[in-house]
Ligand binder design. Structure first.
Ligand SMILES: [Zn+2]
Length: 180
């Protein structure tokens, strides 16, 4: 972050552009790059043609454990984790790559709706880093799913194996998500 060279700055701008294109909120950009708020806003406007939305980031861990968001978050986080185990790239590069792979997976589903936005994905990674989330193993399918840290999970059944009754239509899509 302290890299003040021209090349360093270009890398920062490149990262910011990539994040903005993927839908990052301003707070993500401010945290992850050393560019000034003014320049980030300008970049954002150039890319999206509008000012960045104001307001706080979603800070609750609860969203990630609701049914459909949980399936998407788990898909993303499993990708992120396996990429970061390779340890070849920075955390942000890994995150961006994992997010792109997540989008690719979702585009093959019936609904094609990326429920997990980039800002949420970024927040999720931070929640894991600060020990607020864990991966619980479903006792039926063996898949690993995002859960609150310290949840008692020896009897855990995931939202794909046991969808809520309202899930009906999206169930098939979720099952396909699991297979990929
Ligand atoms: Zn399961």
């Amino acid at each position: 972050m302290a890299d003040r060279s021209l090349l360093g700055e270009m890398r920062q701008i490149q990262l910011a552009i990539e994040l903005i294109e993927l839908g990052a909120r301003l707070q993500v950009l401010e945290t992850e790059t050393s560019l000034s708020r003014g320049r980030l806003i300008k970049l954002y406007k150039e890319i999206h043609g509008v000012s960045p939305p104001k307001g706080m980031l979603p800070f609750s861990t609860d969203w990630f454990v609701t049914w459909l968001p949980n399936i998407h978050s788990s898909l993303f986080y499993n990708i992120y984790e396996s990429l970061s185990l390779l340890g070849t790239e920075t955390r942000m590069a890994t995150m961006v790559k994992a997010y792109r792979l997540y989008l690719e997976q979702v585009s093959m589903l019936e609904d094609r709706e990326p429920v997990l936005g980039l800002t949420r994905a970024w927040t999720l990674v931070r929640f894991f880093q600060s020990g607020m989330m864990q991966l619980s193993v479903c006792r039926r399918c063996g898949g690993r799913f995002v859960a609150h840290a310290h949840s008692i999970d020896h009897d855990y059944v995931c939202g794909i194996c046991q969808p809520p009754s309202r899930a009906g239509k999206t169930r098939k899509a979720a099952q396909r998500a699991k297979r990929t």
